[in-house]
Design a protein around this ligand. Structure first.
Ligand SMILES: Cc1cc2nc3c(=O)[nH]c(=O)nc-3n(C[C@H](O)[C@H](O)[C@H](O)COP(=O)(O)O)c2cc1C
Length: 391
């Protein structure tokens, strides 16, 4: 006959079960735990990813954005604003906001105040599209600027947004590059003037900075092309300028070394990501926001053997991941130490109360792709329902 477990071994077993339960509980709640990002006390780790919404008429942010961002703000929650142009050559999509004029800065202020009133932390994503544009978006109908003069194929336009045509870009001359870097510097200063807590440099998704980083686009022969070090020079000079202007504790950067949006791919994305992580450490930037290797193309998840783990391990600041996350794998990423924060795009777009839904395991609203880029100030923008307050 099997002997009965002693009181001691029962207690040990109960203890083990309890630990397992605690671990599972932690795994299910990891996204809802606090995190200190530099001088910012985050109350949870569910970040609003930057989302272009094309409702900033004439490149000026509109009052309807107050409600949109406020809906997604929580006390101690981090929001990253939609990509925001640094100059009049930075645009490639209709009605995307800018931050290079006084009018734009003033228009951002009530939006930022709205987020702050709810206790949110708000970063502005500063952006230049480079060649993902055409002459109709450019001052005096000129050619878009880029690292290259190779045009995109018309179908390769990022984000699936229809565009009239793609124009052949003009390769920036070496001596013009400091002027573009200065546009990022001024945009960062303007963002702080508008009240933002910091800026995220948009170095991802095939836009201007990525056009310098990736060896399948960058065909330059000057000090901004060729070797990995040279291709990263433009990005790092932008970082340097922005850090000098507003302080490293207010600067993040978004990178997508593995992505191939707008024909911007690299033959060795891991080396690129690692090089950038080490270089960013030298500036002490606040965070690095990296798009998952599985997001080769926007909106589609691919099975990939690649992982951001080596890059995460190399980078010393806060590491944010994005791309195809749901509640479970977001919790797992945090619990495993794979990331400090997880940014959610489409799920946050369609669930303004996403952190709360994650907290209680509530069902999620489905996103409606057809209304992502509507001009409407309400439909597909501020009309996604919240959970009833008694749930
Ligand atoms: C409507 C829409 C607009 C987007 N706009 C931007 C943007 O302005 N800047 C950016 O870096 N990424 C942008 N993205 C990419 C998202 O930030 C995010 O990385 C992507 O949606 C994958 O995350 P998800 O699976 O959580 O949606 C956009 C994505 C969508 C769907």
């Amino acid at each position: 006959m099997k002997s009965l477990p002693s009181a001691h071994s029962r207690a040990v077993r109960r203890g083990k079960e309890q630990t397992k339960e605690d671990e599972q509980h932690c795994q299910h709640r990891a996204l809802l735990t606090p995190y200190k990002m530099g001088r910012f006390d985050l109350s949870h780790r569910v970040v609003l990813a930057p989302l272009t919404r094309e409702r900033s008429f004439g490149n000026v942010p509109q009052p309807h954005a107050i409600l949109y961002y406020q809906q997604r703000a929580t006390k101690g929650g981090l929001l990253i604003a939609e990509a925001t142009g640094v100059s009049d050559t930075a645009q490639g999509y209709k009605d995307t906001p800018g931050i290079w004029t006084k009018e734009q800065v003033e228009a951002w202020k009530p939006i930022v105040n709205g987020v702050h009133a709810k206790g949110g932390i708000f970063f502005c994503q500063i952006w230049h599209v480079g060649r993902v544009s055409n002459h109709t978006f450019q001052p005096n109908g000129q050619a878009p600027i880029s690292s290259t003069d190779k045009p995109l194929k018309p179908v390769a336009r990022a984000n699936g947004i229809d565009a009239p045509t793609i124009s052949t870009p003009r390769r920036l001359q070496t001596n013009e590059i400091p002027l573009v870097i200065n546009d990022f510097r001024v945009a960062a200063r303007n963002a702080i003037e508008a009240g933002f807590d910091g800026v995220e440099i948009h170095g991802a998704h095939g836009y201007l900075i990525d056009q310098f980083l990736k060896d399948q686009v960058n065909d330059r022969t000057d000090k901004y092309g060729g070797s990995l070090e040279n291709r990263c020079r433009f990005a790092l000079e932008v970082v340097q300028a922005v850090v000098d202007e507003v302080g490293a504790d207010k600067v993040g950067i978004r990178l997508s070394p593995f992505a191939n949006y707008s024909e911007a791919s690299d033959s060795n994305p891991e080396a690129l990501g690692l090089y950038m992580a080490h270089a960013l450490n030298k500036f002490g930037v606040l965070y690095c926001h990296m798009v998952e290797p599985r997001m080769v193309n926007i909106g589609e998840k691919f099975v990939t053997p690649h992982s951001l783990r080596p890059i995460r391990d190399a980078f010393k600041g806060t590491f944010i991941v994005a791309g195809g996350y749901d509640r479970d794998d977001g919790n797992k990423a945090i619990a495993d130490g794979y990331a400090d924060l997880v940014a959610y795009g489409r799920l946050f777009l369609s669930n303004p109360d996403l952190p709360r839904r994650f907290e209680i395991g509530a069902p999620l609203n489905k996103y409606i792709r057809d209304t992502f880029y509507l001009s409407d100030p309400v439909i597909g923008y501020t009309d996604y329902p919240f959970l009833p307050s008694n749930v």
